[in-house]
Design a protein around this ligand. Structure first.
Ligand code: C5P
Length: 216
């Protein structure tokens, strides 16, 4: 018999990359596979939660019993999350959200010019979905993810404070992106709690158990 520590809880999760259009045929995206976020969604559903997964473009099937909302851009992800967040008990932001989008999306395919001059692209910052949810009065218990390439501990602790969230999960970007295994380190008010290197689903199950233990 599996323990169901999240029975009766609503869990909202973001996963995957976002895809920001440049013109009708080109996008700006990143190497997130969505595997970690989908594993968290599956683990939360196994733990008895009512799970909504807001997903950027991935090649993965929705885990059984999980409601998936498909989005492409960071703005669409923001809108889908904010529509659901007031009812959620837990929000886990796993998505690799593009920090910037193209300021003016070209209505037509951008063409090469005879001069060989490349196009100049102007960027604007995307909304920070996790920080916005963390600011909601009476909002869900918020968990962030951070993929760092260096100085993991220092960046992770700073990020947890900056986002105003109780729990931040860090991993090494080089190890985690697209991989099947991961080494997660949990950062909370008490400091750091490393987990073993293991498949993402096993790591997600441990994380979900840790989240359940921390809920009011
Ligand atoms: O500092 P950084 O933005 O890299 O923090 C990563 C965390 O914030 C992840 O949990 C990610 O899902 C979330 N995030 C977000 N919206 C953004 C950028 C990051 O929810 N625009």
């Amino acid at each position: 018999l599996q323990p169901k520590p999240l029975r009766g809880r609503r869990v909202l999760i973001t996963a995957g990359p976002t895809s920001e259009p440049i013109d009708p045929v080109r996008v700006l995206t990143n190497l997130s596979s969505g595997k970690m976020g989908y594993a968290v969604a599956r683990a939360a559903a196994e733990a008895g939660a009512d799970v909504t997964l807001v997903s950027g473009p991935t090649a993965l099937p929705a885990p059984r019993g999980v409601r998936r909302v498909d989005v492409a851009t960071a703005q669409q992800m923001y809108d889908a999350v904010m529509a659901d967040a007031p009812r959620a008990d837990v929000f886990v932001a796993v998505a690799a959200v593009a920090d910037w989008r193209i300021k003016t999306v070209s209505a037509e395919k951008i063409k090469k010019t005879a001069s060989g001059m490349p196009p100049a692209l102007d960027f604007v910052e995307n909304p920070d979905i996790l920080a916005a949810v963390a600011r909601l009065p009476g909002g869900p218990y918020c968990v962030g993810f951070a993929a760092e390439t260096e100085q993991l501990e220092r960046h992770a602790m700073a990020k947890r404070e900056r986002k105003g969230i109780p729990l931040l999960v860090a991993n090494r970007a080089q190890d985690a992106l697209g991989a099947d295994d991961t080494t997660l380190i949990l950062f909370d008010a008490d400091g750091m709690h490393p987990l073993a290197r293991q498949p993402k689903l096993a790591a997600a199950r441990e994380l979900v158990a840790q989240i359940a233990r921390r809920l009011p």
